[in-house]
Design a protein around this ligand. Structure first.
Ligand SMILES: Nc1ncnc2c1ncn2[C@@H]1O[C@H](COP(=O)(O)OP(=O)(O)OP(=O)(O)O)[C@@H](O)[C@H]1O
Length: 425
């Protein structure tokens, strides 16, 4: 339980006793100033790990005003690592426990949304990236770098590298303020061992999001570029808040349309907020009285987010459909080989001068020649395989002419062959 007391309230004032702005909020867990990073991990994200390895989507995001401790919770410090490292360690440990029966591969990507554009933090030179919806309605980031990894330390090294590219600037409220939303995506693909064609791959996606902090321009004293960044940050967080409001009313009497398309952040978090994902929201507030308004709005959004229901389902990618495609291709190729073999055989027979030879289906491929051939055109097959063909001048409808049959007249075969071509009518 969190009790938010209004610092401007005077308990002695009898006129305001019934107009108190004091508010009580109840959450699944609340951490005070004594909670360690491990306490936060164990009570929040640890429960998501098992699901991701089993093919479910999960999201954990840090929300709250600037300077309230979001980056501290997610990234932490070397001595006190945050959610990222602890979750990744838990994930690789869970994968290790399934090693005997399954094969797992893990890949990651890291991006930031800065001023409403998406940048790949692992490959900043690749420009701005686009969000696309795939055939199953889940959001994909087109062209993002996906790096395969085999342990948590490797991901952390990539994260540190990516964080150097992340937009961070000092503001009046936080000297290392994150000016962008950072999204770490980890994908776990797990496949059972064995060559059964109906085998399935389980694909679990884990998003870990460190949001930029909501801010009041007056408090941050931002101007120029910082102010523009602040406006973009607030706009996307407002869109997030609107989605949370609309989703929390869903199914209720005040149900509203949920506009995910209002910002890149809400489009990216669409599944996390109202779709196929198990989601944990870690809201941050400052105990400072000067932060009363921010704390109030943060607690309100977090409280409403509790009402949101997501519908999780395991992501199964059927390998059998790929195998079916391969089987089709293989049988096509087999048929083609058969036809080519028959053709080669036929040619061989023809070369040896075996008239009336039959193809693989038993059809007569070279009908027996007439007793007396009346050649209209003739050619000479050379020993090297080439041929010389002499054709009398053709009439205009010569295209209807075609090779009818071939027969050997010379001695010794197969050096000389006479080609008989029907004359154009
Ligand atoms: N629980 C905590 N224990 C110790 N230090 C903390 C804690 N929470 C935050 N801090 C410190 O407070 C400062 C601000 O925190 P942090 O940068 O995490 O805030 P933030 O919410 O990410 O801010 P912004 O939105 O501006 O990026 C940092 O120096 C951080 O180390």
């Amino acid at each position: 339980m969190v009790v938010l007391m209004d610092p401007s309230e005077d308990p002695e004032d009898p006129l305001r006793t019934h107009r108190s702005r004091e508010k009580t909020f109840i959450f699944d867990v609340v951490f005070d100033q004594h909670a360690s990073q491990e306490d936060v991990y164990l009570a929040t994200t640890q429960q998501l790990v098992e699901g991701v390895v089993s093919g479910y989507n999960a999201t954990v995001f840090a929300y709250g005003p600037s300077g309230a401790g979001k980056t501290h919770t997610m990234l932490g410090m070397d001595t006190e690592p945050g959610i990222y490292l602890q979750t990744l360690s838990g994930l690789f440990q869970a994968i290790e426990e399934t090693r005997d029966s399954t094969d797992c591969s893990v890949s990651m990507s890291y991006l930031e949304i800065y001023n409403e554009v998406i940048r790949d933090l692992l490959s900043p030179s690749s420009g701005f990236l686009d969000l696309r919806e795939d055939s199953r309605g889940s959001i994909q980031i087109a062209g993002i770098t996906e790096v395969s990894t085999s342990n948590a330390q490797e991901i952390m090294q990539l994260l540190t590298k990516g964080n150097r590219q992340r937009t961070q600037e000092p503001t009046a409220t936080n000297k290392t303020s994150s000016r962008s939303h950072a999204v770490l995506q980890v994908i776990v693909r797990r496949r059972g061992r064995g060559a059964h064609p109906a085998e399935e791959v389980r694909v679990g996606r884990l998003f870990m999001v460190d949001l930029a902090g909501s801010e009041r321009a007056s408090q941050t004293q931002n101007q120029g570029k910082r102010m523009k960044e602040g406006a973009h940050i607030n706009r996307s967080l407002l869109a997030l808040g609107n989605c949370i409001n609309a989703l929390s009313e869903k199914g209720g009497s005040r149900a509203q349309y949920v506009n995910f398309r209002d910002s890149k952040l809400t489009r990216l978090l669409k599944d996390a907020l109202g779709g196929n994902s198990r989601t944990v929201m870690i809201a941050h507030i400052s105990p400072a009285s000067t932060h009363f308004e921010e704390s109030r709005t943060t607690l309100l959004y977090a409280y409403r987010a509790k009402n949101i229901k997501t519908r999780v389902k395991r992501n199964l990618l059927s390998v059998s459909c790929h195998i079916a495609q391969h089987t089709d291709v293989t049988s096509d190729l087999r048929g083609q080989i058969q036809r080519l073999k028959a053709k080669v055989e036929r040619r061989e027979r023809e070369r040896r001068g075996e008239p009336g030879s039959r193809d693989a289906q038993g059809r007569a491929s070279t009908p027996a020649p007439p007793a007396v051939a009346l050649p209209w055109a003739h050619g000479l097959l050379l020993p090297g395989g080439g041929s010389l063909l002499s054709v009398p001048p053709l009439k205009s409808n010569a295209s209807s002419a075609g090779i009818r049959h071939t027969h050997c007249v010379g001695q010794p075969p197969p050096l000389v062959l006479l080609w008989t071509i029907s004359a154009p009518k």
